[in-house]
Design a protein. Structure first.
Length: 217
């Protein structure tokens, strides 16, 4: 759930933001730097900022905005903990996806776009039949790299929810930690580590094959 949701958000928003940043306007380099900046923030710092400054149910920015429009503030980490983790992790990985996709967009031959415009193709048609196929390879690369790293998400869960409420935000990485260092069940933690290695290698195998097929096209 966590990996799939983050992948969907980062790829869809990454494409949209990359399209916006692929424009020749004044100050676009500064905007690009600001968009990419969250990727260089440490996960622990990012989680603390989201927990205490943005998602706090009393003094957070989201609570203030909801109160300003007459809505009841949400206690994110109690009522929607998994959604909160997805938003935090997506915010961290969105700059990475945007950077890869923006680089790919800038390598797209401008003559193809001009030819499509001269043939009367609309913006949506040009995106579907020219831009999107050109982004197939970088999208596959983003999926491959993000999937491997998203399986090891730990700091965001540890700092915000501690794997709870219950087991709602407990992934394999946090489960291994809790079994080994909280419950001192080294056997179960070792088994979980072995399962994590197997899952990561199986996913990497299939994703590498997908990337290989795209590179051969």
């Amino acid at each position: 759930m966590l990996v799939g949701s983050v992948l969907a958000i980062t790829i869809v928003l990454g494409i949209l933001i990359a399209l916006l940043l692929d424009q020749a306007v004044l100050g676009i380099n500064i905007v690009r730097l600001m968009v990419i900046a969250p990727f260089f923030v440490m996960p622990t710092v990012s989680a603390l900022v989201w927990k205490n400054l943005l998602m706090h149910p009393v003094s957070g920015l989201f609570a203030w905005l909801m109160s300003a429009v007459g809505l009841q503030p949400i206690d994110w980490f109690a009522e929607a903990p998994l959604t909160a983790i997805v938003l935090i992790v997506s915010w961290q990985w969105l700059p990475f996806a945007t950077l890869i996709l923006l680089t790919a967009l800038q390598s797209l031959d401008a003559e193809q776009r001009e030819a499509a415009e001269m043939d009367g193709a609309r913006a949506l048609s040009s995106f579907i039949y020219i831009t999107l196929p050109h982004l197939a390879r970088p999208i596959a690369v983003v999926i491959l790299i993000e999937t491997i790293f998203l399986l090891t998400v730990f700091a965001e869960i540890f700092v915000t929810t501690g794997g709870g409420p219950g087991l709602q935000t407990t992934n394999i990485a946090f489960l291994i930690y809790s079994q080994a260092l909280i419950h001192f069940d080294v056997g179960t933690a070792s088994a979980g580590g072995l399962v994590a290695v197997v899952i990561a290698n199986v996913l990497a195998f299939f994703l590498v094959r997908i990337v290989g097929r795209n590179l051969e096209v």
